[in-house]
Design a protein around this ligand. Structure first.
Ligand code: FEO
Ligand code: CA
Ligand code: CA
Ligand code: CA
Length: 656
């Protein structure tokens, strides 16, 4: 029953029930195994993980990091990328953030026992911070098919095994490189920065490199009360990214260890963006501007430097997904900015696609990603939509803009959110993952939830964000989220207009007033987040939820969506008219997996033979992922195979 790239008509596996168990559940006939948990050594000579929170900070430059997130399996033949090769491959994945309490004794006090250890709330230990910095970033792990032919194991001596961390020198590439706004004490010329951060969703490039994303980078920076060294416009821009004078906080206090304990210059002070000098290269005010980019990594070149692709804009990047490439046409990527009321973007390359660039590594990245146009989406009330270009000098993006006078394209890109405000983009319910259907070419984006919808004046109900729950006469926002999709005009991904509808409203099935997609207990969900069309056209949906977790932990569902033109008009409980896709049924959407209690299910990739599915479990509860006899829960990858060794969802594909 080898998948023949013809999508099945129905889903035939037995749906997995709601679960709040400490263990994970996968559909009957499948096996789910934990691999590569936090701390796994990626090199011989690095000791195995111990449950004592005391392993050296430096050793995490050679271990799996924390909170596994987006990932991609790169088929490998010889020493090169081969999209069809399944015997071995490089599994490349993000480590989004850290749970301090799992990593260091003092981290435990900071997060769990705030009254007992006030010292650690104001100043933390250098080694603990170094460990946390090293637990962020990306891991590259060579995998080889196991001897029994089912699933994969790590190659511990692989020359490709590598960690990129929040301390790895990275290149600023594209229009922002060299801008005054990214000149720092680290690189006064503004071409390099130190580290990649808060890597969330992931993407593949059409030429076979890994595109990681920087999402909640705001949280690792401290900012002082005095912004008087910044211009009013730049201060406004900084605030637009959440860094205001009135919220000086930093999630991990990375800036607080004693300077004398630093082993590289400004190791800790660089995380404080307070302006203290008279120009930007004397302090770290601009460090903040060097994060928030799609970052390209070539896993097949272990010595290569990560490239921050600034032409694709700076915001809380979730993932990015490319549209099918066509010889001689621009390459198009879609992206979401995951924050309440933020936007959906697309990037259209200036260079046109050539199949000769497959395997071209970062050189191909330079060609397609350093020059192009960033657009932001407007979703009109009538089901139409349009793209607005974020180009300096157009659409009001010039020095006449009062809040942030844009003096060049560098400012437009660094403050993309402020630029998108100017052109009237539509504020969405937290755009998370994007995926493009190989069946229809339509683009899907999860809008995970938004407590501000219909609550804050700047985020009123709209046709594209039409729900706000009315609880006892008070609006509470869109608690469970939805998935929006659109078809570009004429099927051309460079088009400037599109038609959209809402594919699915996520809702607990018994919440009748909001269950607009007619979900039942086999397929109901809340807070869709991870999203992935496999090459056969099956849509996989993952959840990151807090609203429904009393009933069921986070999950993975499989779905067979229709298309935008199937949509029918409805009115939501808040009185907003919109259009929704075909009703859900057990034939077209079904729960495939439920994670352990307390976790988020995120990151997804499938091997080229469709026989192994990898997903990630972040921040599990209890002691899921712990070593035998241990108590510290660990984020990990879950490897899913069929008991009979056939392709994933073989029962649905098998029409013989
Ligand atoms: Fe890292 Fe928006 O999820
Ligand atoms: Ca997410
Ligand atoms: Ca999320
Ligand atoms: Ca997460």
């Amino acid at each position: 029953a080898q998948g023949d790239l013809k999508r099945p008509e129905t889903l035939k596996f037995k749906a997995v029930a709601h679960s709040t168990a400490e263990t994970m559940t996968v559909a009957d006939g499948y096996k789910a195994e934990i691999i590569l948990p936090l701390g796994t050594p990626l090199m011989p000579g690095i000791e195995d993980w111990k449950d004592n929170r005391e392993q050296s900070a430096e050793s995490f430059e050679w271990r799996m990091g924390d909170n596994h997130d987006g990932m991609w399996f790169f088929g490998k033949k010889g020493n090169a990328y081969d999209a069809k090769a399944a015997e071995s491959g490089l599994l490349v994945m993000n480590h989004e953030y850290v749970n301090s309490e799992e990593l260091s004794p003092f981290g435990y006090y900071v997060t769990q026992d705030k009254d007992a250890a006030p010292l650690f709330q104001s100043r933390r230990l250098a080694s603990d911070i170094r460990r946390e910095v090293n637990c962020h970033g990306v891991a590259v792990v060579e995998m080889i098919r196991r001897a029994d032919g089912k699933g994969y194991e790590m190659v511990p001596t692989s020359k490709y095994n590598r960690r990129i961390t929040s301390s790895t020198t990275s290149q600023l590439a594209g229009p922002v490189a060299g801008s005054d706004l990214v000149k720092t004490k680290f690189d006064p010329t503004g071409y390099q920065t130190r580290g990649i951060n808060n890597n969330c969703g992931a993407g593949l490039s059409p030429w076979g490199t890994y595109l990681t994303t920087e999402e909640n980078f705001l949280g690792v920076f401290a900012r002082g009360q005095d912004a008087s060294q910044l211009s009013a416009g730049h201060n406004y821009g900084r605030e637009r990214y959440g860094a205001s004078e009135n919220s000086p906080g930093s999630r991990y206090l990375w800036h607080t260890p004693d300077a004398k304990d630093a082993i590289i210059p400004d190791e800790f002070s660089r995380w404080d963006m307070t302006a203290v000098g008279t120009n930007a290269t004397e302090d770290h005010r601009n460090g903040f501007n060097t994060f928030g980019y799609i970052t390209e990594i070539d896993p097949f070149d272990p010595k290569s430097m990560p490239q921050k692709r600034t032409a694709m804009g700076r915001f809380a990047h979730e993932n990015c997904a490319y549209a099918p490439v066509e010889q001689g046409k621009p390459v198009v990527f879609y992206m979401g900015d995951d924050a309440r009321g933020e936007y959906i973007y697309k990037f259209v390359s200036k260079a046109v696609w050539s199949n000769n660039d497959i395997g071209g590594g970062l050189k191909a990245g330079d060609k397609y990603l350093n020059d192009g146009t960033l657009y932001v989406a407007i979703f009109n009330e009538d089901g139409s939509g349009e793209w607005k270009a974020l180009i300096h000098g157009q659409n009001g993006l010039d020095t006449s803009n009062s809040e942030l006078p844009f003096s060049g394209q560098d400012e437009v890109l660094i403050f993309a959110r402020a630029a998108a405000d100017v052109v009237g983009a539509t504020k969405m319910d937290r755009p998370e993952w994007v995926s493009v259907s190989p069946m229809t070419g339509e683009v899907y984006v999860t809008l995970t939830n938004n407590t501000n919808r219909g609550v804050k004046d700047d985020q009123p109900l709209s046709a594209s964000n039409p729900r706000s729950y009315n609880v006892d006469g008070k609006l509470r926002g869109n608690e469970n989220g939805h998935i929006i999709r659109w078809a570009e005009a004429g099927g051309d991904h460079t088009a400037m207009s599109f038609e959209w509808d809402i594919y699915l409203f996520a809702t607990p099935y018994d919440l009748a007033a909001e269950n607009l997609s007619q979900l039942n207990d086999s397929n109901d969900l809340s807070s869709p987040d991870g999203l992935y069309f496999d090459p056969r056209g099956v849509l996989w949906i993952q959840t990151d939820d807090g609203a429904y977790t009393d009933t069921t932990s986070c999950m993975l569902l499989a779905a067979l969506p229709g298309k935008v033109s199937d949509g029918t008009a409805i009115t939501t409980s808040a009185g907003q008219q919109t259009r929704v896709g075909m009703p859900a049924s057990n034939d077209n959407i079904k729960r495939f997996f439920v994670g352990p209690e307390g976790c988020e299910v995120t990151g997804i990739t499938m091997t080229p033979d469709f026989k192994t599915l990898f997903i990630n479990i972040q921040h599990p509860g209890n002691s899921w992922g712990a070593i035998t006899g241990g108590t510290i829960p660990r984020s990990a990858t879950v490897m899913i195979t069929r008991d009979d060794g056939d392709v994933i969802l073989a029962e649905s594909f098998d029409t013989a």
